[in-house]
Design a protein around this ligand. Structure first.
Ligand code: NAD
Ligand code: ZN
Length: 274
């Protein structure tokens, strides 16, 4: 396992907290991870807000993206095929260059060894899938994929023929309009994903909340629901968030280093119990 990045030293009190959390993970029946933009910061994808954030740098993008798609899908597709807005170009290039980091890889390994049941992510960057997570619910979609607005089927980009003179492309199954899978501002969360999220949250007695300020609904409600049902919620974030006061445990630091260490401790814990 790679050592934590040099700029982050695990002090001894954090070591005790990590050991306790490793025990909680091993004892739990169904662990779910809820992840947000902070998890991908170490992959070079800035969050929207705060220092270095895309919105801080380029200003807020239009908040009515979905309404504009519905009003003129062909114009929205032309913008998707050749983006002009500076923030859209920056986001496209950043996403194309990003690779999974130690945090994504640790979560995939937690799943592989049976200690993690599901990842619910608010990220659209595809990095959990690239790291090997398989029970993955991308609540805000995936920037690589396309989705039919009628039947919600997802498509790989090359599965749909795109004719620039006949936009939007149509779903081969139901003929509905196809758009990018990323959930835009004002767009409802696709109902199939939302249903599966609630089913996972209902089963969960332990949730990891990683790199998210947990303020965007409906995701913000998932850890609260686990707490209401008597489960524990562990926050992993370098700074306090609005959720910190409610969390059962808060581990302060970057997700890559903390999840790597937690994985090592959990493997020792499982080895000792075997
Ligand atoms: P947010 O408000 O959830 O904030 C990001 C959180 O990450 C903050 O609490 C910050 O303290 C924490 N953080 C920063 N560095 C971290 C690290 N190394 N390890 C762990 N935590 C770290 O996110 P936002 O940027 O306001 O985004 C809002 C919405 O946009 C969310 O749905 C988000 O997932 C999405 N978004 C996705 C991506 C992506 O796909 N990578 C990027 C930007 C925004
Ligand atoms: Zn369809």
């Amino acid at each position: 396992m790679a050592p934590p990045p040099p700029e982050f030293e695990l002090d001894s009190s954090l070591g005790d907290d990590l050991a306790r959390v490793a025990q909680q993970l091993s004892a739990a029946g169904h662990v779910v991870a809820l992840t947000g933009a902070g998890l991908s910061v170490e992959s070079g994808i800035p969050p929207f807000r705060g220092p270095g954030g895309l919105w801080t740098k380029y200003g807020e993008p239009p908040m009515d993206g979905y309404r504009r798609f519905l009003e003129d899908p062909a114009a929205a597709w032309r913008e998707r095929l050749s983006p002009r807005a500076e923030w859209a170009l920056a986001l496209r290039d950043t996403l194309a260059a990003a690779e999974p980091n130690a945090g994504h890889r640790a979560l995939a390994e937690f799943e592989r060894i049976g200690l993690l049941g599901c990842v619910i992510t608010q990220n659209i960057d595809d990095l959990h899938a690239q790291a090997g997570s398989s029970n993955l619910l991308e609540i805000h979609g995936n920037h690589r994929l396309l989705r039919c607005l009628e039947c919600v089927r997802r498509f790989e980009p090359d599965a749909i023929a795109i004719d620039p003179d006949d936009l939007p492309p149509r779903c081969p199954d139901c003929g509905g309009p196809v758009k990018g899978d990323t959930v835009q501002f004002g767009e409802p969360i696709p109902p199939d994903v939302l249903r599966r999220c609630y089913a996972e949250v209902e089963r969960s007695d332990c949730m990891l909340v990683i790199g998210t300020s947990a303020t965007v609904y409906p995701a913000a409600d998932f850890p609260m629901e686990v707490l209401r049902r008597g489960g524990c919620v562990i926050e992993i974030n370098p700074t306090d968030t609005d959720f910190t006061a409610s969390a059962t445990e808060s581990l302060r630091g970057p997700a890559g280093a903390l999840l790597s260490r937690l994985l090592d401790l959990s493997k020792s814990e499982a080895g000792a119990a075997a």
